[in-house]
Design a protein around this ligand. Sequence first.
Ligand code: FES
Length: 104
Amino acid sequence: MLPIVELEQGQPRGVVAAGVGMVLVRNETQTYALGERCPHLGAPMVDGWLYRGDLVCPWHGSCFELDSGAATRGPASAPLPCHDVRERDGQIEVRRRPGVRSEP
Ligand code: FES
């Protein structure tokens, strides 16, 4: 899907996989795939940043855990969708987690 070398440490990157938009974030040795729109009012999470290991929404500052998408700081109360990620042969591959639906 995307070569690992194209993903900058701590810099969110927007991608589309199987028609689903998402944001990839590499934090130290792990790569995470999260929903592309904030569940609060739809901010583009690709414009967010990392703070203490969470992804911060660029509009109102909600924070989301990278591995679960759970909101750790509001105003958002709903989680960001999360997808499973694996790295194989230098590529990042993403799979939709069971029960995660596409964003509106
Ligand atoms: S749009 Fe993300 S916190 Fe409001």
